[in-house]
Design a protein around this ligand. Sequence first.
Ligand SMILES: Nc1nc2c(ncn2[C@@H]2O[C@H](COP(=O)(O)OP(=O)(O)OP(=O)(O)O)[C@@H](O)[C@H]2O)c(=O)[nH]1
Length: 440
Amino acid sequence: MSMDPTPISQTLQLASPSSSNYFHPSPSFHNPLLSSSSPVIPPPGRIKVRCMARTRIPTPHGELFLHLYHNSHDQKEHLAIVIDPIQLDPAAKSFAPKSRKEIRSISLDEKWREGETDMERVVRGAYVGRLLPGGEGNNTQPIEPTQVGQDDITMGIDGDEQIGGTESSSFAEEEDVKPLVRIHSECYTGETIGSMRCDCGEQLDEAMRLIALPQELSKQIQAHLHSGVHAHQGSDNRQDLKTEAFPTPESSRAGSPHADRATVDNRRDVVPGRGVVIYLRQEGRGIGLLEKIRAYNLQDLGHDTVTANLMLGHGADERKYDIAAEMLRDLGLAEGGIRLLTNNPEKVEGLSREGIRIVERVGMTPRDWKCTTQDDGHVHVGLEKNNAGEDAEKEYEDWRTRRAGVGLIGAGKVKGPELEKYLRTKVERMGHMIDIPEGL
Ligand SMILES: Nc1nc2c(ncn2[C@@H]2O[C@H](COP(=O)(O)OP(=O)(O)OP(=O)(O)O)[C@@H](O)[C@H]2O)c(=O)[nH]1
């Protein structure tokens, strides 16, 4: 691939969609990505989405791919945060079942126009492998567009990269944990300035952490894998490596007491975590930031979050999940089954209605409800550390509260009376499926 910047920059500028929304071009703007026969305004009916670009982002929870989408319904730039370590880490790939497919955008990878160059494809993120800071010598190749849309996408240039899985039996497809998906709604106040009126920043951080966590295969799958019946299907690599454990993003982060956990544990049948946060730009449960700010002032006059919305002439929740469903479909996650990370029954119903197969709902417990300090001064931590000794609990608590977080200033947990009221209202008035701890 040529790296001479002069001709490349000319081509890239020509091909750049940056001054327009793909589905909503301004009248004076000629989008060179669209051939004259391409429909600019799609026909009414199902919402269309297109991933315009993706890039690798290193985070405290590991590396991920950020995808930016345009859609035919609104002009917002909705995002998909894809955590899929097999795309970036050979060790992760060796621990994952061979049947596992990479989470890739069909619309990003397909051919956009006649004569598009490898450089154009790489710059928008339609490549396999990883780009390394520093330019030349990257072990990255643009993906062959002609292969896209098929079940197994095989990359052509050097002939040995596979995007799709190779196993096709029903067991092979089921021998993996399903991707964990969170549909997250934008919350400027909670995510950017650390508001303790809600737990949105914490939830974004926690969702990314949970998705990146390695997962243990179900007992049923383990039984199959160890019975020998399916020894040829995906498990052989892991069985060769069973005395090691797949390192977690947390374990490789400096300062974590889990730093040596990967070598201490002797876990088997643990596979890399994977999944997606669909980040929807529907701020304030769909009413926008301006209206949410006005609603907060009503809340300061004593009204709860639902009543405040109603007083302003809005619904309690105006969000929709049709665009999210199309983004999941574009990422190949509509039919294979996902685990959905939410307490909100409307998200489960909304996505199911749009044809997304949800095999499990995974609840989200606020950190303040999960990590509570009792009168005796001991930290009682749920889920991850319930078998640990006191010292480990204390160490975990110290680490948890001081670590860098994503999407939440100060990291750790949010707490306070306003948050308690907010969470209680969601449970009592909006039907969110989570138990309020006793004593609150
Ligand atoms: N209108 C309004 N929106 C709020 C308020 N607090 C947070 N939000 C918005 O609510 C959205 C998050 O929705 P939640 O109801 O907290 O949670 P959820 O995403 O439906 O449910 P989970 O999936 O269980 O987390 C974000 O868009 C926030 O900006 C508020 O007091 N009023």
